[in-house]
Design a binder for this molecule. Structure first.
Ligand SMILES: NC(=O)c1ccc[n+]([C@@H]2O[C@H](COP(=O)([O-])OP(=O)(O)OC[C@H]3O[C@@H](n4cnc5c(N)ncnc54)[C@H](OP(=O)(O)O)[C@@H]3O)[C@@H](O)[C@H]2O)c1
Length: 234
């Protein structure tokens, strides 16, 4: 049975992804910051671990715990993320640091820790949840766009370095997904009118795209767009 680790598994895309893997018979490890969220995950048959993505020692202790339990995963889903909305001129260092540290730095070093094990066993799948905003500029998202562009860029390098070791590394660049993240950031109805399919994706749809990517041995170093056609030119 393959083991998958999903970061930020307690809600949104991460939760839907953890459930999708569980339903396919995988052993699912999910991270959550709050103890009540970890209890909720355990009730759903997901083995829950604490992880605070802004703290390097939290990443290290998760790794040590998984290693000591012989539970280093075959599949890593770098999902946890945050977005702050602020005009470029008003983006403060604290907001920039938090955005970069959660979306990019934590994924970078968690991937670094786990890819060695995948490489040794000649099998691994890494999927990181990126965003259309890395390639489609939107006012107010400079630090988020920078973080997601970095996530995609380092993923391609890791894909190249580990391709001959049976490890694939890809990103899903989601468009707008119906989760807590976009509530308050964008007006859903206004947004729908700009999306060619006229629909905002559900977290379950993104989860299926993530699952699909982990089943492919021949797709690596890619950024798969799931955005209802938002990047198409008329
Ligand atoms: N929703 C969209 O439209 C959209 C579009 C493109 C990409 N994405 C990406 O999809 C991923 C999931 O987003 P979502 O829409 O599902 O958002 P969400 O519902 O807001 O969930 C975010 C998840 O990340 C976790 N998280 C945030 N900061 C963390 C930290 N410092 N340490 C540990 N965990 C932390 C949250 O944990 P807590 O519950 O403890 O806060 C939560 O589990 C993110 O990477 C996001 O950038 C989302």
């Amino acid at each position: 049975m393959k083991t998958v680790l999903v970061t930020g598994a307690n809600r949104g895309i991460g939760y839907a992804t953890a459930i999708a893997f569980r339903d396919e018979g995988y052993r699912v490890l999910g991270t959550a910051r709050q103890s009540e969220d970890r209890m909720k995950l355990r009730d759903q048959g997901i083995e829950a671990y604490e992880l605070e993505m802004t703290k390097m020692d939290s990443i290290e202790s998760l790794y040590q715990q998984l290693k000591s339990e012989h539970l280093l995963p075959d599949i890593l889903i770098n999902n946890a993320g945050i977005a702050h909305l602020a005009p470029f001129a008003k983006t403060c260092l604290q907001s920039y640091d938090e955005t970069l540290n959660v979306n990019l730095r934590a994924a970078f070093f968690l991937t670094q820790k786990l890819v060695s094990h995948m490489s040794r066993q000649q099998y691994g799948r890494i999927v990181s949840v990126s965003s259309i905003l890395s390639s489609l500029p939107q006012k107010g998202f400079a630090s988020y766009a920078a973080a997601k562009a970095g996530l995609e860029a380092f993923s391609r390098v890791v894909a190249l370095e580990y391709a001959h070791k049976g490890v694939t590394v890809n990103c899903i660049a989601a468009g707008f997904v119906d989760t807590d993240m976009i509530k308050g950031l964008v007006n859903a109805e206004q947004l729908k009118s700009q999306i060619p399919t006229r629909s905002v994706a559900s977290p379950e749809e993104i989860a299926q795209s993530i699952l699909m990517l982990t089943k492919q041995a021949n797709i690596t170093g890619e950024v798969i767009q799931t955005n209802g056609g938002l990047l198409m030119k008329p």
